[in-house]
Write a protein that binds this ligand. Structure first.
Ligand code: ADP
Ligand code: TRP
Length: 335
């Protein structure tokens, strides 16, 4: 199986990225052929400073390596190093119904958060579908917020195949029953049910663009400061705490080892421990879980030439996979 996923370099990697997507990518490295990339083209929808864009791309790549993406098993590359993706993006766009883009959740959320309506944000899912389809993904590990985008990719691949592969039957996409197979392979999303959506310190979905993230590689004081500012209610120390809608509870559930969480869950419901103490515990679990990756990060970030070498080697592998798809697509549409 082909496994494909991207991480936007619009900010630094955070706990939501790890629990939603990156942990799956690390675990799946031996289950197939993996193509993971830093979505630097997507990041341009929000980053407007070239120097910062370049720095964030590098940081994201270094972070993925520190977290356990192994370049020997995974092609790790920069999205923009495979220009074929932009060609597929345009061609695919010709079969995309405008109504799909208008009902895209991520787009609507971004507008609700005050981002200006713009072509880049609007067209975002088409570029993401091109990412997925270019490498012939079978499986796309993502957080829950991205499910709709993967479903769009499936739908548009079908539309493309119907339009451009004579005899293609959407009921028989691989051609197992004798029809010609599609040019674009239909992907499936994969979500980790334990942490489909991790809340940020304000209780909303953790996201770099919402300023509510706990960053994996921020300095220790900043991490502690962020954890201290997790929003809690006014339940007194002695009382049992509400579980529903508590960001602190959800974060503890994600970060604490399962064996330790059982006791936390019990005391949380019984009362007797204050939110401040739980935050201290969370900080402890955070550094226990990510201390090693944080140390690795320092070493990796100190050797930018090596990171660059890894990204370029990854791009060469990705371009090989891309070349086959794009050649078939060009032929089919008459270019
Ligand atoms: P952000 O939303 O912070 O900009 P990205 O959009 O680059 O992060 O997300 C990269 C991956 O991490 C995607 O698969 C996304 O679904 C996942 N992800 C991001 N935030 C969360 C979250 N709060 N909970 C679960 N998964 C998340
Ligand atoms: N849109 C994804 C996000 O914001 C990042 C992304 C870009 C992606 N291209 C992708 C994820 C292809 C999976 C597959 O989280």
């Amino acid at each position: 199986v082909r496994i494909v996923s991207g991480l936007q370099s619009s900010g630094s990697l955070h706990l939501g990225n790890w629990f939603g997507a990156v942990r799956q990518l690390v675990r799946l490295q031996d289950s197939g052929e993996a193509f993971d990339f830093v979505a630097d083209l997507h990041a341009l929808t929000t980053v407007r400073d070239g120097q910062r864009a370049r720095a964030l791309t590098f940081e994201t790549a270094a972070g993925l390596l520190a977290l356990g993406i192994d370049p020997a098993r995974t092609a790790l590359f920069r999205q923009s190093d495979v220009p074929e993706v932009l060609e597929l993006y345009w061609i695919l766009g010709t079969v995309v119904p405008l109504s799909h883009l208008e009902r895209a959740h991520a787009y609507k959320d971004k507008l609700a958060r005050g981002l200006a309506k713009g072509f880049g944000l609007f067209a975002y899912p088409v570029l993401m579908a091109a990412d997925i389809l270019l490498y012939g993904a079978d499986l796309v590990p993502v957080g829950k917020d991205q499910i709709q985008h993967v479903e769009f990719a499936r739908d548009w691949a079908t539309r493309f195949n119907v339009a451009h592969v004579p005899g293609y039957d959407p009921q028989d996409p691989l051609g197992a029953a004798g029809h010609p197979p599609g040019i674009l392979r239909l992907p499936e999303f994969r979500v980790d049910p334990d942490t489909a959506v991790l809340p940020g310190i304000d209780g909303q979905k953790m996201s770099r663009s919402y300023g509510n993230a706990i960053e994996l590689f921020a300095d220790e004081r900043e991490v502690r400061r962020r954890i201290q500012s997790i929003k809690t209610d006014s339940t007194p120390v002695e009382a049992g705490k509400p579980v529903e809608g508590s960001a602190l509870y959800e974060l503890l559930r994600a970060v604490a080892p399962a064996s330790e969480f059982a006791a936390i869950d019990r005391s949380w419901r019984e009362g007797g421990i204050g939110y401040g103490a739980y935050k201290e515990e969370l900080a402890g679990f955070f550094f226990a879980a990510f201390g090693e990756a944080r140390r690795r990060y320092v070493g990796i970030a100190a050797d930018p030439a090596e990171v660059e070498r890894i990204l370029q080697a990854g791009a060469r592998r990705a371009r090989e996979a891309a070349a086959q798809t794009i050649a078939a697509v060009r032929r089919a549409v008459g270019l």
